[in-house]
Each structure stands twice: as structure tokens, then as C-alpha cells.
Design a protein around this ligand. Sequence first.
Ligand code: ZN
Length: 560
Amino acid sequence: MHPRTILYAFLLTAVSVEAPAQIVADTVFVHGKVWTENPQQPQAEAVAILGNRIAAVGSSTAILKLAGPSTKLIDLGGKRVLPGFNDAHVHFVAGGTSLASVQLGDTKSEAQFRQRIADYAKNQPKGAWILEGEWDHERWSPARLPTHQSIDDVSADNPVFVSRLDGHEALANALAMKLAGVDKDTKDVPGGVIVRDADGNPTGIFKDAAQGLIERVIPPANQQQLRVSIEAAEKYAAENGVTSVQDMSAAPDTLRVYEALYHEGKLTVRISGRQPLQSWKRLAGPGIQANFGSESLQIGGLKGFADGSLGSTTAWLFQPYVDAPNSSGIPSDELSKPDEMYANIRDADKAGLQVAIHAIGDRANNAILNFYERAERENGPWPAGTERRFRIEHAQHLIASDIPRFARLHVIASMQPYQCIDDGRWAEKRIGPERLKTTHAYRSMLDAGATLAFGSDWPVAPMVPLMGIYAAATRRTLDGKNPNGWVPEQKIKVAEAVHAYTVASAFAEGEEAVKGEIAPGKLADLVVLSDDILHIDPVKIEHTRVEMTIFDGKIVYQRP
Ligand SMILES: [Zn+2]
């Protein structure tokens, strides 16, 4: 049992609905349709909150008895209530930064891409870097990668390094390459690709580890800039009903800002921050283990990389790409030294830290499952009262025989359903029809008994859990070409997707004892929706809105 569960047992017994007169709630929500995710009491009408905890769940009549003169009473008018969403995979600072940076995600052509950069650059001080952007050349026709020549003349005074939406490749302009000292003579780096023209000159596109060649000259954001990004990200989270995020790139500088915001009472989302796998000793040294920290801010998780992405043809596959027959993708920089990577996984696990590895291609997933299997065998079970929770981030393309291994090895699949309706537009041309059957294989994974935790990978995809639920339940691709679903056998039920965004994502971070359910004693994180997504046609979830977000017992967002 999680140690905190014992602490809350007191609260739980003190406020059961059978003894209502004992407490006066701070807030009561009545006349709603509450989907609790608590198997003991799956549905209810009303919820009472005391402090930052759920005090009682029950009928409106029972819960109203907990209201006193000072209690805030909210009539839900029959609206659907769910536990607050927990996005299991985000890049919170990059996301927050992207909200304020040049917006390239919806550009429909290279010309429009160029124009957006031109317009944005006009308003930037000379020398300021232009970053993020989240462009996607798969939306253009022809779907051709841009080059530095397409933007040099409109960004002469500003170094540009704008990312493709998956973060696995980025376009530099000539000035950025000059500042980084990158030219024809620069050698490729392991786990990365410098795309070159016929004469060997870099085109401006840097894939995976090669992005580091440019990144190393980008000045790091200062504390004030980080704060602006994080506050923008928090606001966006609240608007979308997200009350917890698992930040895959919580660098030390970022943690400092989270900590400051927490002490100022300005943190409106719970954060579980991860550090790079290779840096595990930095955490293990002072004795940090999984779930170190508080309910608001935790460290103790690590993230490594096994490969790149399908969109950048760097996902590592067993068989070649259909549209790039000479390539099967590439293992990451880390995985290209497999013994060293394995040792990091094994030793971090032995130190009680939680390991999560990004793996997209089937070969990358297979390699990591093998590592996890071996580490479990060599390290044995975790000490009593704790539980190893290995994770694979994305688990996007799998060979059929690896699907049951997630359940057997207790490896959590942390997946991002929005990417299925996004990649579904073009994935077939990359990997052909056969491999599609085990791509974003939600149904097969659940049927095999695996734990699915859902997230967005924001800013790769919008941090909008309702769109993730819509995607998992309908698999209707963004281009409208698959009205009955892309690989429809892999659709899952709305309730299953809600579970993956609440309880299961709490489990994936080891916090299921305190959140993910609307139950007495749990943290008071809730979301109220405009429609009853559990009963409407899943296709309509696309238009469902968040009406209200409650975090830590307080309303942090209300739809105007
Ligand atoms: Zn990610």
C-alpha cells in the first residue's frame, strides 16, 4: 500500500456519508452525473470537498446534508463529472513556450510556412532565436521537407531552429548553422542525421541527436522566461481539464521554477518531472527514489530514448520503410551503446527510480522489453511496499508477439491516441498495410491485459484529453478519410479511454493511492464536461468542452 493511503484512512472514516453531521464541507457539487472510477461506487450524483480532499461522494440529498452556511454550493445541472485528467506524457516547458512562439502547426504549404516565419521574425528583436513552431510537412503537398533556403531571406537577422511537431527533426536557417559552426564538413553524430543536398551541404534539417549540433548554441531560457512558459502551460492545462501532468523533460532549471510557483500557491497542476536516464546517479546519490516529493511536485522518474519517430523516418524498425527502402530507421544515441543503456536501466531500477523509455519502432520496443525483462530478472522484485513500474513511452509500432509481453512483464504502455488520428493520414505509405494492424494497438493491448496510460506528448499534439478520448474511441483521422476509424479493430470504449487518462495514468506515475478516482480521501481534482461523453456518440466528443476544472479543491477554470 502507498504510505499515504494509511494517513488518509483517518479522513475516510471521519467523513463517511452515514455520519454526515460530523463535517461541514467547503464546497458541494450536486445534481451531476459523477463517473468516479472507484469500483466500490462507480456512479454518483454529488461530491463534497473539504480542504483539498474529497470528503464524500453520494446522492445529492446525502451530500447536501454536509453543507453549512459557509459552504459553496454548485448545482451541476446534470452535467458529467470525471476525475481530473492526468496527461501521462508532456513536455511542459516546450509546450508553454510554443504557445507564445511562431505557430506553424496548421500551415498547409511551404509558402505559408515561410510567410508565418517572415511575419513572426518582423516582430522579434535582432538576434533573438525563433524556436518551436511544430510544423508538419506531411500536411503539405508535396509533403517535402523544407530547407534553410526557403526561409533565409525572411529571417536574416534571427537564428531559426523550428521543430517538426514530433520534436525529432528541426529546420535551422543559415544564420543558426553559422552560429553553430555547422557546414559541409560537419560529421554526422550517432543516433542522428544531418540531411544534405547532392553536394553534401546541410539542407537545414537536423534529425534526432543531430539536433544537438544546433541546440548547444541556443542560449538557455532564464528563470523569468521559464516562468512565463510554465504559467502559460498551466492556464492551458486548466482550460482542458488537466489537473496532473507527467513532464518528460523537467530539467533542473525547470524544477526550480515549479518549486517557486508551488510555494507561491501558483501551481494549478500536479507535476511529476522526469530527468534523462543517463543522469540517474544525480538523483540516486542523495537517495531520491520513485515518487520523491509531494502530491504537487515529484521527481524520481527517468526517461531514456530508444529511437526517433515515424514522421522523421527515425523510428527503428525490424523491416525497412516502404517509402525509404534503404532505411529501417535508427536506434537512438543511447541505444546505439546497448550495454551502457542496459546498465543505466538496471542500476537506476536497483536504486528505486522509475524508468520510462521512449520507443516508437517495433525493433526499439522489442529491445526495451528485452532490457526490462532482463533487469527484472537480475534485480529481483522491489522491496515490500513498493512496486517496480517500468514504462514504454509511445509503444506505437509493435510486433504481434510483443503485445502480450507488456502485460506479462508489467510494463506500462504510455500511449498518445491523438497521434493515431494524426499519423493515420500517412503512416501506411511508410510501413505498409500489414504493420498497421499492430500500430497504436489499443484494443489488442487492453485485451492482452496491459495497462494503458494516455497522454498527449504536448506540444507534439494538443494537450486536450477530450480529443485523445475521441481519437481512441473513433480513430477518425484528421483528414476525414476514415469516418469509421483507421484500423477500426483497435478502437476502444470511451470508458476505457477515460480510465487510461485518469486512474491508469496515476498508476503509471505511482500515485494511484491519492488520485485518479473521485472517492473519499482522494485529492479533490475534478473536471465537469459540457456533454455526457459516456453516453453520446463518440464522434460528438470532438465538440465536447470542459465547463469547469477543480484542482486541489478549488475552481481553477470555468468556461466563460
Ligand atoms: Zn515526448
